[in-house]
Design a protein around this ligand. Structure first.
Ligand SMILES: [Zn+2]
Length: 141
């Protein structure tokens, strides 16, 4: 993929800091979209999205998530259940009571609404970058 990304960069253009390739699929695409990836090595990513106006706000969440991977952020959800991992995958881990959370940690990707249940954020306004992610991307120590 790094070779392919290098081939997509015209020789005369300035070298970009990050290359994110956005692959839009028709809204009636059958089945689940292929898994999007963001790689720190080479700072590049391939993001699969739905080409629908109604999907744009959630597309922005996915794009931001993959972009942060290229800066070294790690996933903060359980790969088998997709549930945010406590505490780093929670927007407000110290909140009492813990549920429902009002936002998603961007690298967890979902808003925990009750024990064992989480929903996809509607837009970037429902996401935050938590302290663990901020440290990984160099925004905090
Ligand atoms: Zn991820």
């Amino acid at each position: 993929m790094r070779w392919w990304a290098w081939r997509q960069t015209p020789a005369s253009s300035p070298v970009p800091d990050v290359k994110l390739f956005l692959m839009y699929h028709p809204p009636d695409y059958a089945g689940a979209l292929p898994h999007s990836i963001g790689l720190e090595k080479g700072r590049l990513g391939l993001v699969h999205l739905f080409a629908a106006r109604g999907q744009q706000a959630q597309n922005e969440v996915v794009i931001a998530h993959e972009a942060l991977h290229t800066f070294g952020a790690t996933d903060k959800y359980d790969r088998s259940t997709l549930a945010p991992v406590f505490p780093d995958g929670y927007a407000a881990p110290r909140q009492e009571p813990r549920y429902p959370q009002s936002a998603a940690e961007l690298m967890a990707g979902r808003i925990p609404v009750r024990e064992g249940e989480a929903r996809i954020p509607s837009n970037l306004g429902e996401t935050v970058i938590g302290p663990a992610t901020a440290a990984e991307i160099g925004w905090a120590k």
